[in-house]
Design a protein around this ligand. Structure first.
Ligand code: PSU
Ligand code: MN
Length: 295
């Protein structure tokens, strides 16, 4: 059912560390043409750190774990690529269609492939102003055992509501070298978390302890704050205008997150893109270190 890239198949055979990477950030999260370059650079970071990258997507009905150059290009440039969450996967496969996978869908496939570390940019969560719009990422993370490295949830979301949902769903949130929950574009979302970890080894130890205590049925979130955050004033302005515009244009469902991200990218003169790239690269690096520590 799953097609593995040559390098991922080799890594699996050798039992060497693998890092899953999501593809919606490439197709719907970053502007073209930079998206393809970033996707390639992120894979290179994982390789240089001593692990194997496995970017996950569905191509012409085949679930792919690890993409070759042409497939990566397709995800980055083809307008037919849709954004797929968990509920969409079977439809995409049966219809022989192609899709980029969200955090939820990527975590699901990575788990099937036996991969236990996954790097992304930002997690989905509870949206502002519409308490029924909760990302399926939350539900997926409550059911899938994988370590997910992110820069928190975006400030476009309702951060405190998301943190409360994570608590309800019993999903542990570990701050990497901090107790301040990051806000994706911002180093500090304004909310604190309980647990700080200071090394990849510490995370690996927690992962193993979960197994012994049978609290290992959900994800572990590692929140890795961006170092050089977005200009605060610009962020505030784009957040206000973006939310108002989404409301005015009646943007709903899976369109909301891509709409707001694009609003940031087209109106920040490269600033949101710079931060986004820094985040995904730093998370890929940390994910590789954790994957190595687990071995
Ligand atoms: N955060 C980002 N960039 C992204 C996304 C989130 O910084 O591209 C994507 C991820 O794939 C995430 C999805 O899983 O948005 C969440 O979408 P929704 O809010 O519709 O569940
Ligand atoms: Mn939604």
């Amino acid at each position: 059912m799953i097609k593995y890239s040559a390098e991922v198949a080799t890594a699996q055979k050798n039992g060497s560390p693998i890092v899953a990477l999501e593809s919606t950030i490439i197709s719907h999260g970053l502007p073209r043409p930079k998206n393809l370059i970033v996707a390639q650079e992120v894979e290179a970071i994982v390789r240089n750190a001593g692990a194997t990258p496995a970017t996950i997507a569905v191509i012409d009905g085949t679930v792919c774990v690890g993409l070759d150059q042409k497939q990566l290009e397709r995800i980055a440039t083809d307008d037919q690529i849709v954004k797929a969450s968990v509920r969409d996967l079977a439809l995409i496969q049966a219809g022989k269609k192609s899709a980029a996978t969200t955090v939820a869908a990527t975590a699901h496939i990575a788990y099937l492939a036996g991969i236990n570390v996954f790097a992304t940019g930002g997690l989905g969560g509870v949206h502002r102003g519409n308490s029924f719009d909760e990302s399926a990422d939350l539900v997926a993370m409550s059911k899938i055992a994988i370590i997910i490295i992110s820069a928190g949830v975006k400030s476009i979301l309702d951060v405190p509501a998301t943190l409360e949902r994570l608590e309800t769903l019993s999903i542990p949130v570990l701050g990497y070298k901090t107790k301040i929950f990051p806000g994706f574009y911002l180093t500090d979302s304004g909310y604190v978390i309980e647990h700080q970890v200071n090394s990849a080894n510490e995370i690996a130890q927690i992962w193993r302890a979960r197994g012994e205590l049978k609290t290992d049925e959900c994800s572990v979130i590692v929140a890795n704050p961006v170092k050089n955050q977005m200009d605060l004033k610009l962020h505030e302005k784009l957040l206000t205008t973006g939310l108002a515009l989404a409301d005015k244009n009646k943007i709903t469902g899976k369109e909301v997150t891509p709409f707001l991200l694009e609003h940031f990218h087209t109106n920040s003169d490269g600033e949101s893109l710079r931060v986004n790239i820094e985040i995904i690269k730093a998370n890929a690096q940390l994910a590789a270190e954790i994957a190595i520590a687990l071995k």
